[in-house]
Design a protein around this ligand. Structure first.
Ligand code: NAP
Length: 348
């Protein structure tokens, strides 16, 4: 483990190459004021190292915003990226420090800001025909980030890297065998970010997420909006097993990994119940009918060709054992119930 000294200080503030220790949050009084005083101001002293409680989220989308909001209530400063002016304005109103960013052409200025943050979460998905848009520029990334302050790096991946496993229980040691182009690109992205992290003296975490749901993005929302299922959703609906995870449980796992020595680098982040999607929709429909009788006007039944594909049941044992995560929503029933409980009126 490399221990670096802050200029003008005998106190080690940077622990890289390996694990973030349990007492990662050093007392601020131990760190030179210049290292943290700017962390909550927007776009000032951007090249200064930030305090430990400062995260940069590449892709402030559904997960990024949830995590960012939770961290902000715990005293963190949260920076991140999006791709449009409209979204930037909205995110700034939420209290985030936001940069417009095209991952296909990463700007050196943004990378320079990013590298002074202690935590880096990558939420940007692969692009069809390209792969991971940032790993295409791995040399630029490496040379930009190598002298930075990043101490924790996590890439959000997907359980699609396992492919179809004929219904088997799949842990993180199960051989990856993606069957879709997106799955293949995901696997390459995992490898790309892991190698990049090693090159800058870090051990990256890879979180393989099941289908993400939460307030505003769930079977209940789809039913209320009377949306038709996309072709990809129909494919998933035809599966015998589908892994999913509530966004709040993803946030729990991410926060646990800030503090937990990373003995392993890959974690499946899913709930306990890989139920078929059809079953989830049936339950969501029942909840909506109970709360707002008559709301579902047209039948939401769609022809779903049952392919009887085995797929896989993804195990979350490692997440529970090593990260100590106790799921808030161990199954779709508890997750959907909490979502509908929080809805005062159906927003259509
Ligand atoms: N949805 C699922 O069920 C599921 C399951 C497993 C894994 N995942 C993966 O987990 C990660 C986080 O999920 P999420 O639901 O938070 O995703 P999300 O809501 O789609 O957010 C993705 C973020 O990446 C940004 N982005 C996309 N393409 C970009 C590009 N070329 N350059 C710069 N930024 C770009 C988006 O910016 P804008 O908002 O400005 O477009 C957005 O902020 C994603 O990689 C996702 O694919 C998702």
């Amino acid at each position: 483990m490399e221990v670096r000294l802050a200029p003008g200080s005998a106190i080690p503030v940077r622990l890289r190459y390996g694990y973030v220790p349990k007492n990662f949050g050093l007392s601020l009084s131990m760190i030179p004021r210049s290292s943290y005083s700017s962390s909550i101001s927007v776009h000032t002293n951007l090249s200064e190292p930030k305090s430990e409680k400062h995260i940069f989220i590449l892709g402030l989308g559904f997960v990024g915003q949830f995590l960012g909001q939770e961290l902000k209530t715990q005293g963190w400063a949260v920076s991140g990226t999006c791709t449009s002016h409209l979204k930037k304005k909205k995110l700034e109103e939420m209290g985030f420090d936001v940069y417009l960013f095209d991952a296909k052409e990463p700007e050196l200025r943004t990378l320079d800001i990013l590298k002074h943050h202690a935590h880096l979460l990558v939420c940007i998905p692969p692009v069809m025909g390209i792969g991971d848009p940032m790993i295409q520029h791995k040399e630029i990334l490496r040379s930009s980030l190598i002298n930075g302050n990043i101490q924790w790096l996590c890439y959000l991946s997907s359980t699609s890297v396992y492919g179809d496993c004929d219904g088997a229980w799949v842990d993180e040691d199960y051989p990856t065998n993606p069957t879709s182009e997106l799955g293949t690109m995901r696997l390459a992205a995992e490898e790309g970010w892991s190698k990049l992290a090693l090159n800058i003296g870090l051990s990256a975490q890879v979180f393989r997420l099941g289908g993400i749901y939460g307030p505003g993005r769930s079977a209940i929302d789809t039913i209320i909006k009377q949306e038709l299922l996309s072709e990809r959703q129909k494919m998933r609906a035809s599966r015998k097993y589908t892994s999913r995870v509530h966004v709040k449980d993803i946030c729990q796992a991410l926060k646990a990994s800030f503090d937990t020595p990373s003995l392993r680098k890959v974690y499946n982040i899913v709930d306990d119940d890989p139920a078929p999607r059809e079953e989830v929709f049936e339950y969501a429909r029942k909840l909506v009918e109970e709360k707002w009788p008559g709301l579902i006007k047209q039948s939401h039944e769609q022809t779903i060709e049952s392919l009887e594909r085995g797929e896989k049941r993804v195990s979350n044992s490692r997440m529970k054992e090593e990260l100590g995560v106790e799921l808030l929503y161990p199954n779709y029933k508890s997750g959907l119930q909490s979502i509908i409980n929080q809805m005062e009126s159906p927003v259509i």
